[in-house]
Design a protein around this ligand. Sequence first.
Ligand code: SAM
Length: 279
Amino acid sequence: MDAALMDKTEDIELRLLLDAIYRKYHYDFRDYAMASVKRRMHQALEQFGCRSFSLLQDKVLHDETMLPQLLSYLTIQVSEMFRDPAYFRAIRTQVIPHLRTYPSLKVWVAGCSAGEELYSLVILFREEGLEDRTIFYATDINADALKKAEARLYSQDRIANFTRNYQLAGGKSSLSDYYSAAYGGAIFDKSLRKRVVFSDHSLATDEVFGEMQFISCRNVMIYFTRSLQDRAIGLFKDSLTNNGFLGVGSKESLRFSLHSSAFEDFDRAERIYQKRGHI
Ligand SMILES: C[S@@+](CC[C@H](N)C(=O)[O-])C[C@H]1O[C@@H](n2cnc3c(N)ncnc32)[C@H](O)[C@@H]1O
């Protein structure tokens, strides 16, 4: 069979597999950027010893233990504490002065992975004296990642990088004040979790979270098609209070979104937006 036709058959099978996952388990990857899904699902094929996506589909439909394993291929978990330190510096110097004027705050970290970005924000809010008036909502579709986030345990070899980022982000103390050595790694202080609500939430299928003053969603929408990005940004728009802030990180932008007129640039370089007051 010629390569183009094989490709086409494979694309059909992949679409059917994603459809099957959605219909049976309600996890919706149908609107994710296909090149990346395809690449990663090829790795899954190899791992599970399947010759085609149809054979993998058969396994997924008849063996419920397969889905959590497949999720580790379908969702990318790369993260760091204080990743892109300039983003956190901008939050500290530009966004916090506005947030300080509120008596109580709600912050949503959407696609929080194993908690690296979440705990970076909690530490920053603590250092700025805002932690006690804030509730942090940390959401993801990957149950395994959420469990890791609750456990707060990171391998020792990641700590040097976390520490460097923390300093570049304008950290006011020493990162080591927030963790202790345990189980061959570093466990972050339990107190960092006391203002956090963890929740399984999908930007593809679930609804709004109300009345946030700040939403951080970085390195998540890059895996989505334009229409799914629009859905997610619409959710953020409806979940923010007027004048609330949305940080999407340097690789993403609201520029081409259906909802771009609802926001104005707040920190252009760090892609932090403010929801317009009259919306
Ligand atoms: C590359 S990580 C980004 C982690 C962190 N935000 C950061 O920037 O370091 C992407 C995360 O988005 C999550 N994710 C993927 N699709 C999602 C969806 N539809 N709704 C919510 N989270 C999703 C993945 O499970 C993963 O934990």
